[in-house]
Design a protein around this ligand. Structure first.
Ligand code: SF4
Ligand code: ZN
Ligand code: ZN
Length: 337
């Protein structure tokens, strides 16, 4: 098997593109896919400084490496979740990467900042750990970006993550989540920063291969709370489909993006804001759909507005009585009660 570009010995085959690359040309292919994602979705420019959410796993560290090599201005943000050995090892990987590249890393230590890590927050609020973790991470990324003056937050979600998430959302017709599933969530409110996913065109195995070829040291162990996560089941199903029909994940997710009309960022305007922190108090799915229905649009053609402060499973966000506090501030009230 030869590299499609230079005819040297290929090290990785990419079935969905009927092609294969040597390590040098593969690295070039990965960089081009990210450049294309950034350009197609107008994620950011070289004059902006990007805050990159860095877990210590392969995706976020590979993205950091790629953006540095492509000449973008970046700083990393690691949220220490306080999940025992897993968090200690993850933080060490993020710190070592930043040191070795001379890059700036901001660490937000939940046990120090909030007096509780994810296990304690989950216990005190009776929420599944991943639900509490997702809410706290989204809020922290946004809040720290605002405080430190970043206009965009990048995360390392890849094609497998997005296709699995789409499958879950479609299986359960989670219209509110479908509304928000996009490689770019605009800054739809003065207290929200833009969120982008520059790896959405790259499969997980490609990012793993890139990390190995580029000697990136990442945490291999999964978070102990990941066991049995639905997303992993959806990934497994999609991997089996992909084996039979290469390109399934790519077609599923990228066709979804193409077929959906471009979203509007304006729907959070006029939304109530949290009395404590000033962020929007609801994800806006119900309100956006109402606005879309009022204007004759379908729910799927709706907005891609982001509202990281909210948690869509709570009754307030799903049409019940509105709370004067956002999801995060309600969570923190219970943690510190
Ligand atoms: S598996 Fe759950 S608890 Fe662990 S890092 Fe992911 S979202 Fe957080
Ligand atoms: Zn080559
Ligand atoms: Zn709030």
């Amino acid at each position: 098997m030869k590299c499609r570009v230079c005819q040297a010995k290929a090290m990785i085959k990419i079935e969905r593109h009927h092609t294969a690359f040597c390590p040098i040309c593969f690295t070039d292919y990965v960089h081009k896919q990210v450049e294309r994602a950034v350009a197609d979705e107008r994620m950011f420019t070289r004059s902006e400084e990007i805050l990159l959410a860095v877990s210590g796993g392969k995706d976020s560290l590979a993205l950091w490496e790629i953006l540095i090599k492509l000449g973008y201005k970046t700083a990393g943000l690691h949220v220490d979740l306080g999940i025992g050995d897993y968090s200690r090892a993850s933080r060490a990987k993020a710190e070592r990467f930043a040191d070795s590249r001379g890059a700036r890393l901001i660490v937000h230590d939940l046990p120090n900042e909030l007096g509780a890590g994810i296990p304690q927050i989950a216990e005190k609020t009776d929420r599944p750990p991943c639900s509490a973790c997702g809410l706290v991470k989204r809020y922290s990324f946004n809040q720290i970006a605002l405080e430190k003056g970043f206009s965009v937050v990048a995360t390392g979600h890849n094609l497998d993550d997005e296709a699995a998430r789409l499958l879950g959302n479609v299986l359960h017709w989670q219209e509110e989540y479908l509304d928000k599933q996009s490689p770019v969530l605009p800054a739809a409110h003065e207290k929200l920063v833009k969120k982008v996913k520059p790896l959405y065109r790259l499969a997980e195995r490609e990012i793993a291969a890139y990390s190995i070829m580029n000697r990136i040291e990442y945490i291999v162990e999964e978070c102990p709370n990941a066991t049995g996560a639905k997303l992993l089941v959806y990934k497994d199903v999609l991997n089996r489909l992909e084996e039979n029909a290469p390109g399934t994940k790519h077609n599923f997710y990228l066709t979804f993006l193409r077929r959906r009309s471009a979203g509007s960022a304006e729907f959070t305007e006029g939304f109530p804001t949290c009395q404590r922190c000033g962020q929007p108090t609801q994800a806006g799915g119900a309100a956006r759909r109402k606005a879309a229905n009022d204007s004759g649009e379908s729910a799927l053609a709706g907005a891609t507005a982001s509202a990281p402060a909210a948690h869509p499973s709570s009754s307030q966000e799903n049409g019940g009585a509105r709370s004067p506090l956002c999801g995060y501030c309600r969570l923190m009230e219970r943690v510190h009660a």
